[in-house]
Design a protein around this ligand. Structure first.
Ligand code: SF4
Length: 389
């Protein structure tokens, strides 16, 4: 039964674990535009009921593997062009030495990031991979995963749209994979829209990859980019798209809600960032629509206000690195883990380090990797600092 008293019939319905429809969600959103307090109360109560007072993060090393990319998203500053000073192609030696530094700093996650199939567009990428003995970026990522594991880190790879057999290959070294849906609306791929020149961001293509990951029982982190020209209804539809995938395959371990930040020298540099209330309302709605989901907001993209996001019902801050920048958003440095811990404490929460796979999804991980994780986990499945210093 409902343990909090809410004035809204719809919020009570959500709270009483009656599935809310898209229509309900749109009406809750409209009510929250006038006054979001009840929505936040409901989202917080649902988070507390499902996740308790623990908020997690993953202590990570960001490996900027190859930042050439076949696609062009109108907001991206991660992608480089051959000859740019910021081109990154990490050698085996670079990976090994950074992984060792990561372990010294108590990291558990190796986040491997690349642009979308760089070798398809750039001869420089093809030649570099061939010179290092690899036929594709994915082959190289599988090898990088082995290096990370040897160093005591657990890989999580974000490499765009992978085929089923590529994901199967990465499953041997990765405890989870990442692929942002960004938005389920095809409108985002139309002329003058952010994904006009990024075929891999077409939602049909992304959903196919997420379905394939589901078929393979790979724990996947996905998420939405908020404020890139979508309507609230498109955003709500996108949340329901993720929910449907999870209901069918049960492998979506986390949903990231990322607030768009305009970057200089991009096509979207003059687009305003989304209003904070719009963003917070959508995050809270996500909690209502998927009460048991792990919901993450990156703290670095809202350096002033991120602690207030705890009131929207989130339970995770995602990867935070004590040693490497956020190469996707280098303008936004991560807050120190101690600062995040203190901010959580101020709001009545305990910050705990997790692995790049949530405990509920350990059973999906390759058995050899699973036993390595369990050696370093506590009884909750979170990082045991004594066993994983
Ligand atoms: S956001 Fe990803 S897919 Fe889009 S251009 Fe940047 S690296 Fe490529």
């Amino acid at each position: 039964m409902n343990e909090i008293i809410l004035k809204s019939e719809l919020l009570n319905k959500a709270f009483d674990r009656k599935d809310i429809s898209r229509n309900d969600a749109n009406r809750i959103y409209e009510e929250a535009e006038k006054n979001p307090d009840e929505l936040y109360r409901a989202a917080q109560a649902m988070r507390n009921q499902n996740k308790g007072k623990i908020v997690t993060y993953s202590r990570k090393v960001f490996f900027n593997m190859i930042n050439l990319c076949r696609d062009t998203c109108s907001y991206c500053t991660y992608k480089a062009e051959p000859g740019d000073s910021g081109v990154s192609m990490m050698s085996r030696e670079d990976i090994t030495s950074l992984a060792k530094i990561g372990r010294v700093h108590g990291c558990t996650e190796a986040l491997f990031v690349t642009g979308e199939r760089p070798e398809q567009k750039y001869p420089e990428a093809r030649q570099w991979l061939a010179a290092n003995g690899f036929g594709s970026t994915v082959e190289y990522l599988a090898h990088a995963g082995e290096i990370a594991l040897e160093s005591g880190l657990f890989p999580h790879t974000n490499a765009g749209n992978l085929t089923k057999s590529e994901m199967n290959q990465l499953k041997k070294t990765n405890v989870s994979l990442g692929l942002m849906l960004e938005n389920a609306s095809e409108r985002m791929s139309e002329s003058k829209m952010p994904h006009e020149n990024a075929p891999s961001k077409n939602p049909r293509a992304r959903i196919r990859v997420l379905e394939n990951a589901g078929d393979l029982s790979i724990p996947v982190t996905t998420g939405l980019l908020v404020g890139i020209g979508e309507t609230p209804t498109e955003m709500i539809d996108s949340i329901f798209t993720i929910k449907s995938l999870h209901m069918k395959y049960g492998n979506i371990q986390e949903v990231i809600l990322q607030n768009f930040q305009p970057k200089p020298r991009t096509r979207m540099q003059d687009m305003p960032r989304p209003e904070e209330r719009y963003f917070m309302n959508l995050v809270s709605l996500t909690r209502l629509i998927m009460p048991e989901m792990n919901i993450q907001i990156p703290p670095n993209l809202s350096p002033e206000s991120y602690p207030s996001f705890l009131q929207t019902g989130i339970n995770d801050w995602g990867g935070i690195s004590p040693i490497t920048p956020d190469y996707v958003n280098p303008e936004f440095s991560w807050p120190s883990i101690e600062t995040v811990r203190q901010r959580c404490r101020d709001s009545g929460f305990v910050l705990r380090a997790r692995f790049p796979v949530y405990p509920e999804y350990f059973h999906m991980v390759d058995p050899a990797l699973r036993s390595r994780i369990k050696e370093r986990a506590d009884s909750l499945g979170l990082v045991d600092l004594e066993r994983s210093p």
